[in-house]
Design a protein around this ligand. Structure first.
Ligand SMILES: Nc1ncnc2c1ncn2[C@@H]1O[C@H](COP(=O)(O)OP(=O)(O)O)[C@@H](O)[C@H]1O
Ligand SMILES: [Mg+2]
Length: 392
């Protein structure tokens, strides 16, 4: 005989946030809330507005849609359910009339009244479905460490290193992984040594990719073929981040692996690799840009397992686990590579909170490897609870 569990875990599902990837996070939250096993978990959805105010969502509908979650109708429900999760209008968490939980005051983060206690003291685990700075970069993770509340995914150090394309590469190199050539331009460099930095960049193999150092979803990235257009591209990246990374273009297939932590002291597990093919002739996208990722269904073809030789599959799965461990990740990460025509693996990046809608690559690769979306969510929450907080 089975009986309903007497206590369900209380999972605070955190979404939205202050970064440019706010709308992607809103769509992810809908996917997770709909897949969460309600016999095992009670969901407490909390949205963070673009200004950093935290806002609890009080209703608990059977089926979440973007409009029901964030209290507006920016995305028609049919469109949200279709293949392209982000339409022309992007969803956004609305400023609440009565902020709850935590909110950002001019003095920093401030605990607000008894609701804070009610919401936070009874939470078993937080699922931070946040992308980009102030969500995926260790800052919010540090808050939960300080409060002693377990959370899903990478800790403070791994989140910070994984967010920063400069330090990420240093960690990968130290672990013996191959990274492409790059030049980092800090804000100080841009004002003190601009010409020297531009000279260094002109020595890289063109085209180059100019990126915000701590960005995501391809926002602020420009592929530059003509050195005369470099400064404009750097200014564009600087709209997102005062620190910019310029990379030599790598010629290769884009292949990625989903890594899921092991339990206790078990090693992390890697999924079958997936491939992203940007269909540039038909779609006009020269790389995997924001529109190709979220808005244009026809722009890219995703396949899993990637159609590469068996031994290459084994190798990239091993390298993905190595990338995961190089930044000391936990919980989950998607590790992205270029597979060059001569069979070399060049690591592009790690995403410690990868896109996580039901059609995103990370869950899709696990699905192909034998773990369904609801099972994956269960696994991630249990890993977060198991890991706890503090030094470990
Ligand atoms: N060095 C590079 N060589 C070739 N293509 C690149 C390079 N860097 C980025 N790209 C292209 O740009 C996309 C986004 O770059 P990425 O570094 O993954 O940024 P994000 O963190 O925003 O996803 C990649 O998926 C790839 O299509
Ligand atoms: Mg990427």
């Amino acid at each position: 005989m089975t009986s309903a569990p007497t206590t369900r875990r209380r999972v605070l599902v955190l979404f939205g946030g202050r970064s440019a990837e706010h709308p992607v996070s809103c769509v992810t939250a809908v996917g997770v809330l709909n897949a969460l096993d309600r016999n095992a978990y009670e969901a407490i959805p909390v949205g963070i507005t673009r200004n950093g105010t935290w806002s609890a969502v009080r209703e608990t509908p059977d089926t979440w849609t973007v409009s029901r979650l964030i209290g507006q109708t920016a995305i028609p429900e049919a469109e949200a359910a279709s293949g392209s999760p982000l339409g022309a209008e992007l969803p956004e968490v609305q400023e609440p009339e009565h902020p709850v939980a935590l909110h950002r005051a001019s003095t920093g983060i401030q605990l607000v009244d008894t609701v804070t206690h009610e919401v936070l003291s009874e939470v078993d685990v937080v699922f931070p479905l946040l992308h980009g700075p102030f969500g995926e970069d260790g800052t919010v993770q540090g808050l939960f460490e300080t409060l002693g509340i377990p959370y899903v995914g990478a800790g403070v150090l791994a989140s910070a290193v994984g967010m920063d394309k400069h330090y990420m590469k240093l960690a990968f190199q130290a672990a013996g992984l191959t990274v492409g050539d790059w030049v980092t331009i800090t804000n100080r460099d841009w004002y003190q040594r601009r010409d020297q930095k531009l000279d260094e960049i002109r020595n890289l193999a063109f085209p180059v990719f100019v990126k915000p150092a701590r960005g995501g979803s391809s926002l602020g990235i420009t592929r530059v073929t003509d050195p005369a257009l470099l400064e404009d591209a750097i200014e564009e990246a600087r709209r997102f981040d005062p620190k910019v990374v310029v990379e030599a273009g790598i010629l290769g297939r884009e292949i990625e692996c989903a890594v899921l932590d092991g339990h206790e002291t078990d090693d992390p597990r890697a999924s079958y690799p997936g491939e992203i093919e940007v269909l540039d002739e038909t779609s006009g996208h020269q790389f995997y840009d924001f529109a190709a990722k979220y808005q244009d269904d026809a722009a890219a073809e995703l396949s899993c397992p990637a159609r590469i030789p068996e031994d290459a599959i084994d190798e990239v799965r091993r390298l993905a686990v190595r990338g995961f461990q190089a930044v000391d990740a936990s919980g989950l990460s998607r590790v992205d590579f270029f597979y060059t025509p001569d069979g070399q693996w060049v690591i592009n990046e790690i995403n410690t909170m990868p896109g996580f809608t039901p059609i995103s690559m990370y869950p899709a690769m696990w699905d192909r490897t034998g773990l369904s979306y609801p099972e994956l969510i269960h696994e991630l929450i249990e890993l977060g609870v198991e890991r706890g907080t503090g030094l470990r």
